[in-house]
Structure formats: structure tokens, C-alpha cells
Design a protein around this ligand. Structure first.
Ligand SMILES: [Zn+2]
Length: 322
């Protein structure tokens, strides 16, 4: 692998046809999203081309230029899921340059529900009330969209991908594998020629992905997420090309770590429940969070929300008897 830096654009060759490109994000806690360029015989394909901002777009164009690719050579974008750090530049390029987006069909409810006048987490506020956290729910319910979110043009993709749909990327075949959980329509793209997995946010090397954090979450997202982890173990192992962090050689190794993490969570939650705590909020307050083992009250409101919603998802899963 070779890594080169072109002013601000970091570009890493991953295999014969794929390059990883680091793009900037406007978040405090997550600074980079990986886009991947697949160079085919007659054109290029981008996986998760990042955030729609002038800075990100310029970085991407510079990186592509270093690979001998102009925007006019980009035939399509493949998007793992509809979170803005993966989806929004693709939306802008589809609208302004006619470059068609391919997105998992089950992202439709959340994509079509997007309205720039809505609040950030309407359904999560409902979940927090059910989790016994009415004060946190009240804070979350009032959170407006960030300016950068309200300005996003969410739009339907040119192609809604079915599970196992193959996409001919100018000679490179990628197969969309439905992996619901992080979002209900998340897909992992599997490269036929190399066995590499473009895992999006389904499997990340350092972070435990959030579950069901979307405008219209599904029932029992954790059950689907764990099923989507097990699914990857039924396929041959291959390199992991995720949306955040470095490329690694084995997706199976990280899937096993994430499954073990959730087993630990189930054990802790079951124990706390047996000790007399009943609501997801009470249980979340008795646990520690992030790799720095912080107390719930020390997290910001959005991170408190994701923690409590995660405990609620574990409780729902336990109660469903799956
Ligand atoms: Zn995401």
C-alpha cells in the first residue's frame, strides 16, 4: 500500500482498482470520513463520497485529480446509508452533475421523511420517554437541525438497491449486501474480484456503531444489527474498507469483537436489571460509556441519548425473546 498526501487530500491505494480518500467532516468528535474510488476500465465509481461542503468537495476533486480522474469520469456513486457524512455530496452531484446514486432500498422511509423544518431527533425523543428519561427527552425533542443539516438537500437516489443486487462498475462487480441495524437500509458492498468489504458504518475498526439513529427507526434494530454481523461471518473473510479509520485485513476479526462487546453489554444489563433497576435510563446511569469509561452524566445530551437508546435496544431485544 502506498499513502500520499496531496496538500490536504490523503489518498491510499488499497488494491489494484480501489483507493481510499480521506475527506473532512464538520463534527467535533469525528473528523474524517473515508470515500473510496474504484477505477474501472471506462470510468470511476465512488463509495460514500462524503459531506456536501466546499471544503470536502475540493478535497475530493484534488484527490481524484491525483488519480487522473475528473468529475466527468465518475459514472455513479454507491452509498452505504443515508447519514449525511456518507450521502450528501452524492446528493449534490446527482442533482448538479447527473451522477446517479445507488442506495439501499430500505433507507427510503428515513430519506423520504426528511424535512428541513423538522427537529433533529423526533423519534428518539419518544424512545427516551419510554426509557424513563423524560427530562433528557424534553431537551432532545427541542434540538433544532444544525445549520449544516438543514441546508442538506436529501433526495431519492437514482437506484434503490435490492439485497444482493450486483452493480457493474465498469468491469468491477460490486454486490450490495443488506446489513440493517446501524440504519434500516444500510448495505455493505462486496467486491467480487478481491473479496473486499466496503463496510460503511456497519463494521468500524475503532468505534461501536450506533443502532437505529435515523429519522424513522425500525422496531428491534439491535436484533437486525446482530443478524447483520453474523451474516458477514457466513461469507468468506476479506479486507475491511470502512467509512472511518484504517483499512484492515480481516472483517471477521472485527465482527467477532463487536459481537463479544454486545454479549458483554447483555450480561451487564441483565445483572443490573436483576439488582432492581428497571428503566433503560436507570441502567445506563449505572454503566460507563466510551472507551474512557465515563459516567452518563458526563456525556453531552446527544451522546447521553445514544447511550440510553442503546440500553433500551438491548432491553427490547431481551424482552423479545429472540
Ligand atoms: Zn452512519
Amino acid at each position: 500500500m502506498t499513502t500520499t498526501s496531496h496538500s490536504t487530500a490523503v489518498v491510499e491505494q488499497v488494491n489494484d482498482t480501489v483507493h481510499r480518500i480521506e475527506l473532512p467532516l464538520p463534527f467535533d468528535d469525528l473528523h474524517i470520513v473515508n470515500a473510496y474510488a474504484i477505477l474501472g476500465d471506462t470510468g470511476a465509481t465512488l463509495v460514500d463520497p462524503g459531506w456536501s461542503s466546499p471544503e470536502s468537495e475540493q478535497t475530493l476533486l484534488r484527490a481524484l485529480d491525483s488519480l487522473g480522474v475528473g468529475r466527468g469520469d465518475v459514472r455513479r456513486t454507491l452509498v452505504t446509508h443515508a447519514h449525511p457524512d456518507h450521502f450528501t455530496l452524492a446528493v449534490a452531484w446527482q442533482r448538479d452533475h447527473g451522477i446517479p446514486i445507488h442506495l439501499g432500498a430500505h433507507e427510503a422511509p428515513s430519506v423520504l421523511a426528511f424535512d428541513p423544518r423538522c427537529t433533529r431527533f423526533p423519534r428518539q425523543a419518544e424512545l427516551l420517554e419510554r426509557a424513563g428519561a423524560p427530562a433528557l427527552a424534553a431537551v432532545i425533542r427541542e434540538l433544532p437541525l444544525e445549520d449544516y443539516e438543514a441546508a442538506m438537500a436529501f433526495a431519492a437516489p437514482h437506484v434503490w438497491l435490492a439485497d444482493r443486487e450486483a452493480i457493474d462498475c465498469d468491469g468491477e462487480i460490486l454486490v450490495a449486501v443488506a446489513t440493517p441495524g446501524h440504519t434500516r437500509g444500510h448495505v455493505v458492498f462486496h467486491q467480487n474480484s478481491t473479496g473486499a468489504f466496503f463496510t460503511g458504518d456497519h463494521v468500524l475498526p475503532r468505534i461501536t456503531p450506533s443502532i437505529g439513529l435515523e429519522l424513522v427507526p425500525e422496531e428491534l434494530p439491535l436484533g437486525h444489527y446482530l443478524g447483520s454481523l453474523e451474516l458477514l461471518l457466513t461469507m468468506d473473510d476479506g479486507p475491511m474498507l470502512s467509512a472511518h479509520g484504517p483499512v484492515t485485513s480481516s472483517v471477521h476479526d472485527r465482527v467477532r469483537e463487536l459481537l463479544a462487546h454486545h454479549q458483554d453489554r447483555f450480561a451487564t444489563i441483565t445483572e443490573l436489571r436483576a439488582s432492581g433497576l428497571t428503566t433503560a435510563y436507570e441502567i445506563a446511569r449505572a454503566m460507563t460509556w466510551t472507551r474512557h469509561e465515563r459516567a452518563l452524566a458526563d456525556l453531552n445530551h446527544v451522546h447521553q441519548m445514544t447511550a440510553v437508546v442503546e440500553v433500551l435496544a438491548h432491553l427490547d431485544f431481551l424482552d423479545s425473546g429472540q
